[in-house]
Design a protein around this ligand. Structure first.
Ligand code: SAH
Length: 253
């Protein structure tokens, strides 16, 4: 049995209870050592066999899983943040299905949620944006042409850019081809929820220079959009004059 677990953004107490319990009962753990906080391995029991996938290929990962499976062991595959975003679980679940190896997935707190928390922001504020685009710049991993940041930027929505902290000058240029202006607020969030977390407030126009000044090259998210500024409309949900299934609006509206 294999349990894919989202480890959360870094702070060991941001893994879910279900994820922690999976680690506590695991016989084998394969963790993504480039980003997963090794402090999480303290949840593993003595004698658990631990592998760092940062130095392994997909084939080696599957081979460790297969060997464990042959001995009836439980393997936890620990990925950073949530398992549904840039985690490479799909090629692993497909390989397991081909071999008839059962698995389950335990989601985690994604870094884009931890970054918003670090900033004290909500992506979906009324009157500003009701949509979040989660994306990345193309690098050695290509991005489909129709998803280039320049075209996604046409919407002017809240946007979170993963895996692109080393490409800030190019990112800035792409963002400016759409609805964002050089005054649109932006934020670089480095290692959200880790002790070394840094939040750098800037604008789309100063994104590259601020990143350079602070020496940010990796493990950061770029947040872009007017949700980062002070203006928005209050919610209908909690408006005294607004009726919902659970509450009748009164005249104090
Ligand atoms: N599955 C992960 C994303 C993995 S891709 C998730 O849900 O968060 C790796 C990228 O995620 C990094 O390059 C960086 O852009 C971002 N990232 C992961 N952890 C982060 C953190 N604690 N703070 C800021 N960005 C982080």
């Amino acid at each position: 049995m294999v349990i894919f677990v989202g480890a959360g953004p870094g702070a060991p107490d941001l893994i879910t209870l279900r994820g922690m319990r999976a680690l506590q009962k695991a016989d084998v753990v394969i963790y993504a050592g480039s980003l997963v906080n090794p402090e999480l391995l303290a949840f593993c029991r003595e004698g658990c066999s631990i592998h760092n996938s940062a130095v392994m290929t997909l084939e080696q990962v599957i081979s460790v899983i297969e060997s464990g499976e042959a001995e009836g062991k439980t393997t936890v595959r620990l990925h950073t943040g949530d398992t549904a975003l840039y985690s490479t679980i799909r090629e692993q679940t497909d390989a397991l299905e081909k071999r008839g190896i059962p698995y389950e997935i335990v989601p985690g707190v994604s870094s884009f949620c931890a970054a918003a928390a670090a900033v004290g922001a909500e992506y979906t504020v009324p009157g500003i944006s009701q949509t979040v685009i989660l994306t990345r710049m193309a690098s050695r991993t290509p991005v489909p042409v129709r998803e280039e940041i320049a075209s996604l930027s046409a919407h002017g929505t809240s946007m979170t850019v993963f895996l692109s902290a080393g490409l800030l000058p190019q990112l800035q240029e792409e963002l400016l081809k759409g609805a964002y202006t050089s005054e649109t607020p932006a934020c670089i969030v480095y290692k959200a929820s880790w002790p070394e977390e840094q939040v750098i407030h800037c604008t789309v126009g100063t994104l590259a220079s601020e990143g350079e000044k602070q020496g940010i090259r990796n493990t950061a998210l770029i947040l872009v959009g007017d949700f980062l500024c002070g203006e928005y409309e209050r919610s209908r949900l909690y408006d005294p004059g607004f009726s919902t299934m659970f509450r009748k609006g009164g005249s104090e509206a």
